[in-house]
Design a binder for this molecule. Structure first.
Ligand code: FAD
Length: 525
């Protein structure tokens, strides 16, 4: 049953010992304390008339939706995993999703997932275990293997994600090596990649619980407890009461101003979007607005695999050239093992390099390379177009190129001579990659800016091991849970300065944890 009410201003109720204050307006009269049937996921704007307050100064009408046990904001991998888990625990569930589709960032993802100890590894003769993963963890991620959330991840990644997805019919290819390589190959790719993973979760999710085009705007607090979500369908405002609320709205990295605030020294003109457009930090703001604490926010997964695109500011182009040619940074000197360009450690090293500019040096062989946006390999740019648009610098001589970039020609020439001779001062070319190395020999010469792709948030809202949101002093904010990239993939603290490739495993695991605990709490109320 849908109720149409006017939102009335009301005084804050005494919140007692609760760490959160009541919001100062609420959909009073809503029957938010009781659970009801799974909500109708149809277009609620069609089911109730709403008065247009226009310029009359009248209060804005709010449609009060049928209460549910658990409402989840965001239908990405975390939100879908939470919905499946909560529903299977017996809760009535509703998912509010801003977009017209489910899956969030995973729709753009290759879908690489980390598992340690799978049948696929065993079949390939690879020995792996939680202990081996823990031993590798500091090198792979900079993380602390004693972190409680990491220990949970190490113990449960196969059982609660790999085997869970397998039981839904998902199959995996791999295992493949991660970057950097740990003691075991752990990257598994779900069939169909990120979109395949999404399709599997959507098929397993309870029918008709996702409301699309539903933008959560704020959380409602009653008696010191998060009691529901105010949301908009673009026309009307709604209030969805629930006994437990899960926020799974993804990361914050598409808002580059937030990245700048964390790293004021980063060269802003060199930052490109490596995250999903949905990652605007909306859920982060909702929770910090209630006093939620954050942790590890500087643990951002930066990649160095792209250059600027003529298609627009902060857009990226990738090319096979990365990792094939030498890169020079401050004063024209190489600074990293280019072959690891797909990994977060190289991305972070590039991002933190003083001076900002990093150039890939190439010769005329670059003219055979394609540059394309990662999401659409059919949109191809040649190096000539990038020269014409002022992104790539071209010269007939190495000295001239160095001079155009403001670098010392003698230094650059010496660096290129060492590269061409196969001598790698940083790390010798690896046997399996060495054949791909290209010399910088034949004019004309090119310098391609190697920019910073801001890809994954490994810090976020602090949650306890049940997924409950915590304040700065460690108190639980009653009634609200968080999961997914909003929590830095899992728990906000499992990695150090940089991240790890197969974080979708952690996102799915965190969604399950929040879903089961939110349902258990809701069903007890
Ligand atoms: C190009 C790319 C490639 C990647 N490749 C990999 C990979 O190979 N392996 C890997 O592990 N990870 C990869 N990732 C990262 C991974 O996809 C994400 O970390 C993960 O999908 C995040 O899941 P999530 O559910 O936490 O958030 P999201 O997927 O961001 O989902 C959040 C959802 O919440 C919705 N939402 C946001 N705000 C609101 C609101 N106010 N109201 C209602 N709904 C809202 C969004 O529309 C979205 O659907 C990649 C990411 C990108 C962008």
């Amino acid at each position: 049953m849908w109720l149409l009410l006017l939102a009335l201003a009301c005084d804050s109720a005494d919140s007692g010992d609760s760490p959160v204050q009541d919001t100062d307006s609420g959909p009073s009269g809503g029957d938010s304390g009781e659970t009801g049937d799974t909500s109708d996921s149809g277009d609620s704007a069609d089911t109730a008339d709403t008065a247009d307050s226009g310029d009359t100064g009248e209060p804005t009408p709010v449609i009060v939706d049928e209460p549910v046990d658990v409402v989840i904001v965001g239908a990405g991998v975390a939100g879908l995993a939470a919905a499946i888990e909560a529903f299977e625990a017996g809760a009535t569930v509703r998912v509010l999703e801003r977009e017209a589709f489910a899956g969030g960032a995973a729709n753009y993802a290759g879908g690489l997932m980390v598992f340690s100890g799978t049948p696929e590894q065993a079949a390939a003769g690879i020995v792996d275990s939680p202990e081996l993963l823990a031993a590798d963890w500091p090198e792979i991620t900079g993380g602390n293997p004693a972190d409680p959330w990491f220990l949970y991840f190490a113990e449960q990644n196969v059982l609660r994600v790999h085997d869970w997805l397998s039981a839904m019919g998902m199959s995996f290819t791999g295992p493949m090596a991660d970057t950097p390589r740990g003691s075991a190959d752990r990257i598994h790719v779900p069939k169909g990649g990120g979109p395949g993973l999404v399709a599997t979760l959507v098929a397993a999710a309870p029918a008709d619980v996702i409301t699309f085009g539903a933008t959560a705007q704020s959380l409602e607090v009653e008696d010191g407890r998060v009691a529901g979500v105010r949301w908009s369908d673009g026309t009307d405002d709604h209030y969805q009461a629930a006994d437990a609320v899960i926020i799974a709205t993804g990361g914050f990295l598409h808002d580059l101003a937030r990245v700048e605030a964390l790293f004021p020294e980063l060269p802003v003109d060199q930052l490109v979007y490596g995250s999903s457009p949905a990652a605007d930090g909306a859920g982060l703001d909702m929770l910090t607005g209630l006093g939620a604490s954050t942790q590890n926010m500087q643990a951002i997964g930066f990649y160095a695999h792209a250059t600027l695109s003529p298609e627009g500011e902060h857009q990226e182009l990738v090319a096979g050239a990365f990792g094939v040619y030498p890169w020079v940074g401050v004063e024209g000197v190489r600074f990293v093992d280019e072959w690891d360009f797909r990994g977060f450690q190289v991305g972070r090293t590039r991002a933190m390099l003083p001076g900002g500019d990093v150039w890939l040096f190439a010769d005329n062989a670059l003219e055979g390379d394609d540059f394309f946006p990662p999401a659409d390999e059919s949109v191809i740019f040649g190096v000539d177009e990038l020269v014409a648009s002022g992104i790539v610098v071209k010269s007939d001589t190495l000295d001239g190129l160095a001079g155009d970039l403001g670098l010392d020609p003698a230094t650059v020439t010496a660096q290129m001579a060492a590269w061409n001779a196969g001598g790698d001062a940083l790390e010798p070319p690896r046997a399996d990659d060495a054949d791909d190395a290209r010399g910088v020999v034949e004019p004309p010469f090119y310098a391609v800016p190697v920019v910073i792709s801001v890809a994954k948030a490994f810090g976020g809202v602090d949650v306890d091991l049940q997924g409950r949101v915590l304040t700065e002093d460690g108190a639980v904010i009653p009634g609200v849970y968080a999961a997914g990239e909003l929590t830095g993939m899992l728990g906000g603290s499992i990695v150090g300065d940089y991240g790890f490739t197969g974080s979708l495993t952690a996102v799915a695991l965190g969604g399950r944890v929040a879903g089961e605990n939110a349902a258990a709490e809701a069903l007890l109320r």
